[in-house]
Design a protein around this ligand. Structure first.
Ligand code: DGJ
Length: 712
């Protein structure tokens, strides 16, 4: 207690406040504050940089002990998962870090604490960064390692973006995993002593690095502590959750260094991607709000960050590879009639692409399908008043292509080993500069020569055979990292040259959705599963971590459960994000067209709230046999509610107590009066949030949309 007073006193005497980062004890203690959390770091008398607390801000003036190193390394006692594992030129594999200096930087309008440490003997410097985003209750962490030697190469066997320690407690972890067509399934598991790892090893991630950790038993979406995080990386990533005997937990994440290593020559450095960590004491709804607002406001590409997304048509379900000018124009004409704004030709338009066995890599238009090139079709689509978009899959090649015949060495491969195909294709080795240049040339020409407003960027094969044997031996194990660098570089370069083009991220559906891609793409194709019932589940989980304005959904003919859902129901499901249509609408009758036209009109009336507002998953289909989503404008004056009924329970099988009749809303202003247009009724926000309104549906696969508007 005495010690505490003395420490507090010394803190008071020496503390200087730099915005969100309080610096104390002669610049050797930092209280990094967000609205709800504090992250405490200090330098020990021995020169170690230690974390003393991460959690509720109310704990910020308490004296906390040492939880572990801010940058744990391989070396000394094995007490935490390492962030850095290096091998020095003489073969020494242990590291010993000591504090050197610190500074506060301004990084894109937010404060960043930069702490510099160096190895006590070898010329290796480690800069660790903590950027504070107070309103989102987030910190971003990343690490830079520099070989400061004049000679001698350092091998980096592992370099993570950052680590945090959670206080001793019993915890449950929720993360999202999946497979093709079943993306983002929430998984919850108790963290027991040992390590739980979520990771990607083949570039395909149908789940996410996003995680939530809660004290066991705290299940409310509106109350309780949640530590959360996600990586800003798209290749092979990994997040480890290490639970120690005493109950404390370490979370470490970054690039997955499985089968990877980096060689740092003298003077060279490597900087990791960023990882975000967050803390909330207001339950998972608050976490969702923070994560989604952060992505929407801080990460998404600037050009369209605040722009309403268009209603799309995509040809894939209607035509697959059988695209031709006449039919695409017929589709476009119908699309225009029902209110579509962007017409996207999917796969099948380029040379030799009659099926998935040929064509990838040869990015010129197929003259058999479009004898006069794309231009006449694009002109006519534009003349209809529609923007034009196109599908590409830059990172792949079919062995049956001119590109592969000329450059068989451009794919990842090992000599004497099989080249493992997936969907009859191989992956180009984008770590190669010649491959990068070829792809830049192909797609910049395509965009320069055609009035293309939208790119759907697909990636359909998992990484296999990651060989690049013609590269210097010290680069061969870094190919995956280089690949991702060049992928980001390629998209950035194209976006810079063609700033008005929208970019959609797709990887056989949602195989590469993450915060790394969110910085470069305006939206994601969340899944190839367009069955409306299954989509409700995928969308619910997606919306818990990503904003609705990044989630494209198409109305198609898919009906996996043979429930014959109505067209209205399909539209209502797809209207919960960025609405698209994917059916062969030339086959629709007048009634279907009229339903579509009305629904698209309705969507245009509510899309500002859906795309720009805050989403609340009021009832999750994972918990009940129905789903309710609510979107509220940021000034809280308007709201849209989507009610979806799944199958109907046989009467009395499920006690009514398990399925509330009155559904309480969220995120409204308590004393404001709202009119619900559909039932012509006025309620106060307080009533709607504490009493609720009746779930309006009975019967199988029914849906309803309510609009709330403040009348004050
Ligand atoms: C996979 C995507 O997820 C689909 O939407 C479609 O674009 C196909 N590829 C085209 O080959």
């Amino acid at each position: 207690m005495k010690l505490k007073v003395i420490t507090l006193l010394s803190l008071l005497l020496t503390t200087s406040v730099y915005g969100q980062i309080n610096i104390g004890n002669n610049r050797k203690e930092w209280n990094i504050m967000t609205n709800s959390s504090v992250y405490q770091v200090k330098v020990s008398s021995g020169g170690d940089v230690q974390v003393s607390y991460y959690g509720n801000k109310l704990q910020s003036d308490k004296l906390h002990g040492n939880m572990g190193a801010e940058v744990p390394v391989r070396g000394g006692h094995v007490s935490a998962l390492p962030v850095v594992e290096a091998v020095f030129p003489d073969g020494v594999r242990d590291m010993e870090l000591e504090y050197v200096s610190s500074e506060i930087l301004d990084t894109d309008d937010f404060e960043t604490l930069k702490i510099t440490q160096k190895d006590k003997f070898y010329p290796l410097t480690v800069h660790s960064y903590i950027r504070v985003l107070p309103d989102y209750d987030l910190i971003e962490k990343w690490v830079e390692v520099v070989n400061t030697a004049k000679k001698g190469t350092v091998k980096i066997e592992n370099l993570q973006s950052g680590s945090v320690f959670l206080p001793e407690n019993s915890y449950e972890l929720t993360h999202f995993a999946g497979v093709w067509g079943n993306e983002f399934r929430p998984n919850t598991t108790k963290l027991t002593q040992g390590t739980k790892t979520i990771q990607v090893k083949d570039f395909k991630s149908y789940g996410s690095s996003t995680f939530f950790i809660r004290p066991e038993g705290e299940n409310s979406s509106q109350l309780g502590e949640v530590w959360f995080g996600s990586l800003q990386y798209s290749g092979n990533w990994r997040v480890d959750f290490e639970k120690f005997f005493k109950g404390n937990v370490q979370v470490v994440g970054g690039i997955n260094f499985w089968d990877q290593e980096i060689y740092l020559k003298p003077g060279k450095s490597f900087t990791t991607p960023r990882m975000v960590f967050g803390y909330s004491n207001a339950g998972t709804d608050d976490v969702t709000l923070k994560l989604t607002s952060y992505i929407r406001e801080q990460l998404l590409p600037e050009r369209y960050k605040n722009v309403i997304r268009p209603v799309l048509y995509n040809s894939w379900y209607a035509t697959t590879f059988n695209v031709n000018e006449e039919h695409q124009l017929a589709l476009a004409k119908e699309a225009k009639e029902i209110g579509v704004e962007m017409f996207v030709v999917d796969d099948g338009w380029f040379k030799g692409r009659v099926n998935d066995k040929a064509g990838l890599g040869d990015w010129t238009v197929d003259k058999n399908k479009f004898p006069n090139g794309l231009k006449p079709m694009v002109d006519q689509i534009n003349a209809l008043g529609l923007d034009f978009g196109i599908w590409i899959e830059p990172e792949m090649v079919n062995p049956n292509s001119d590109l592969y015949r000329v450059h068989p060495d451009w794919v990842f491969h090992f000599p004497n080993r099989q080249r493992h195909e997936g969907r009859n294709q191989l992956m180009l080795n984008l770590a190669r500069e010649d491959v990068y240049q070829y792809l830049y040339k192909c797609f910049s020409e395509l965009l320069r020569e055609n009035n293309i407003q939208f790119i759907k960027w697909d990636m359909n094969k998992a990484l296999t055979d990651p060989g690049f044997m013609s590269a210097p031996s010290d680069e061969q194990r870094a190919v995956r990292i280089k690949y991702v660098e060049n992928l980001y570089r390629l998209v950035s370069a194209l976006r810079e040259e063609f700033p008005d083009v929208w970019f959609e991220n797709c990887s056989s559906g949602g195989g590469r959705i993450d915060m790394g891609m969110a910085k470069l793409f305006d939206f994601n194709w969340a899944s190839d599963n367009t069955d409306p019932v299954e989509r409700i589940f995928i969308q619910d989980a997606y919306l818990s971590a990503f904003p609705a304005n990044t989630m494209i959904s198409w109305v198609t003919h898919e009906d996996k459960h043979q429930q014959n859902p109505s067209l209205e129901y399909k539209f209502d499901v797809c209207m919960a994000g960025v609405l698209g249509v994917g059916e062969d609408i030339t086959k629709w009758n007048n009634e279907q067209k009229s339903i579509a036209r009305n629904k698209i009109t309705q969507y245009k009336e509510i899309r500002e709230i859906v795309q720009g507002g805050n989403a609340y998953r009021i009832i999750s289909p994972y918990n009940e046999n129905r789903s309710v989503l609510q979107y509220t404008s940021r000034d809280k004056k308007e709201s849209v509610i989507f009610y979806y009924q799944l199958s109907e329970y046989p009467k009395n099988v499920i006690p009514e107590t398990q399925r509330t009749t009155l559904v309480k809303l969220k995120g409204l202003l308590p004393s404001t009066k709202y009119r619900i247009e559909e039932i012509d009724h006025v309620y106060t926000g307080e009533y709607l949030m504490s009493v609720g309104i009746t779930f309006p549906l009975r019967g199988t696969y029914k849906s309803q949309i309510y609009k709330l508007r403040s009348i004050d």
